[in-house]
Design a protein around this ligand. Structure first.
Ligand code: PMP
Length: 404
């Protein structure tokens, strides 16, 4: 049998999809499972967006588009991204539309590092697993920067200073953050920028896909800090803001890299779906009531789940500033019921109580000294949240009795 490439062998995955398959198999066996695994809004795309897609289909918008996207969407996305970020000077030609924001993670790594050259990429740990996967598969060196519970799951800028070397080419930031829901405060972003000014060889990939799901004041991007705009790749998209995950529209901006990303797209998917592009144009430029309603609903559910989790024995949950994730600390619960770690906790909770979560190990290696965590995506109904957390509390109580 011919060999696979090193690249193919080292390509990682999103373990959420692996757990999801496990959950679906249990559900098919007739098990009653409440799932908090999926990181996507539990709403349909807004009606005006659906209608725009149908108009595009009926109006013959069936062909390829330019690789960077239709001019109308690039123009609207430039204005939208700038408006959300203090009026940055983003021009339509700086924006590239892709099939989701995800492909730009790979394009950013591919465009700023060389295979096997020792180029380093710093990325958050825990974090969205695709960062590490793309860094490793593309022959760069992965350098995780640890997030700390005591900082509400931000990293310490002093740690960044220690990790940067002359070989560092790219720093990946993500706020609001998957999986913790944490933010990087403006003062942290300013401290990060102050460090980066001393290292002009470092690009920034600002994964701002959850920019509209920020619950503490106005969203603020590192690209707004003086001197950072030109070197920051701003990544945003339609998936989370307008409940369009399956429509596959992301938009990324950088004045230097836009033509480079465009060439990657010409070499891969050619362009994002034309139908989805017209729908995303409507999402951006049309009424924002649905987006506002969804945000309000996530915020309500955040308050609900944080309140409930903090009443569960052995569980401590910070109040996250954004996205639709909570990252409760279950170290004490694991100890109380005698399980080794968060992954054993997750498995037993799934099989014995019918509650599906992800564990910290699905988002990187566990941070030393930070204990055990699990991730709930609270884009689930109020009833699912109430019942799911009640089942978890009951599971822990029952097993404490057994352990005692
Ligand atoms: N970045 C982060 C942090 C995410 O959580 C996700 C989706 N789960 C993405 C990027 C990709 O989003 P999409 O490709 O749907 O735009």
């Amino acid at each position: 049998m011919p060999d696979l490439s090193r690249r193919a062998r080292s390509l990682g995955t999103e373990n959420a999809f692996v757990v999801l398959a496990e959950v679906n198999a249990l559900a098919r066996q007739g098990k009653d499972i409440i799932s908090f695994c999926i990181g996507q809004p539990d709403f349909p795309a807004p009606d005006n967006v659906q209608e725009a897609a149908i108009r595009a289909i009926k109006g013959g918008k069936h062909g390829y588009t330019p690789s960077a996207g239709i001019d109308e969407l690039r123009t609207a996305a430039a204005k939208y991204m700038a408006g959300l970020r203090g009026g940055l000077p983003i021009r339509p030609e700086d924006v590239v539309v892709g099939a989701g924001a995800k492909p730009f993670i790979a394009y950013a790594v591919l465009s700023t590092t060389d295979y096997g050259a020792g180029d380093e990429v710093i990325y958050p740990n825990p974090g969205f697993p695709i960062y590490e996967s793309q860094i490793v598969a593309n022959g760069a060196r992965p350098v995780p920067i640890h997030l700390h519970e005591a900082r509400d799951f931000a990293f310490d800028p002093a740690e960044l200073e220690r990790l940067i070397t002359p070989k560092t080419r790219l720093l990946i930031l993500n706020y609001p953050h998957n999986p913790t829901g944490g933010l990087l405060a403006r003062r942290d972003l300013e401290a990060i920028a102050a460090i980066l000014r001393k290292h002009p060889q470092v690009w920034i990939y600002a994964d701002e896909i959850y920019s509209r799901l920020c619950y503490t004041g106005e969203f603020f991007s590192i690209a707004q800090v003086p001197g950072m705009y030109e070197r920051t790749i701003i990544s945003d998209g339609a998936s989370k803001t307008w409940a369009m995950t399956g429509w596959r529209i992301g938009f990324t901006s950088n004045p230097v890299l836009a033509p480079v990303f465009t060439r990657w797209i010409t070499n891969t998917e050619s362009c994002a779906s034309q139908i989805s592009q017209w729908a995303a144009l409507e999402a951006i430029t049309g009424p924002q009531d649905a987006a506002a309603m969804m945000r309000a609903s996530f915020l309500e559910r955040r308050d609900l789940i944080v309140g409930l989790l903090n009443k569960v024995p052995g569980v401590a949950c910070r109040n996250p500033g954004g996205a639709f994730y909570v990252w409760p600390n279950v170290t004490e619960a694991c100890r109380m019921i005698g399980v080794a770690d968060s992954e054993e906790f997750r498995q037993r909770l799934l099989h014995e109580a019918g509650v599906a979560l992800l564990a910290d190990i699905h988002f990187g290696t566990r941070v030393p000294g930070e204990g055990q965590h699990v991730r709930f995506s609270y884009a689930a109904s109020r009833q699912a949240i109430e019942q799911g957390v009640a089942r978890m509390a009951e599971f822990i109580r029952k097993n404490i009795q057994k352990a005692a």
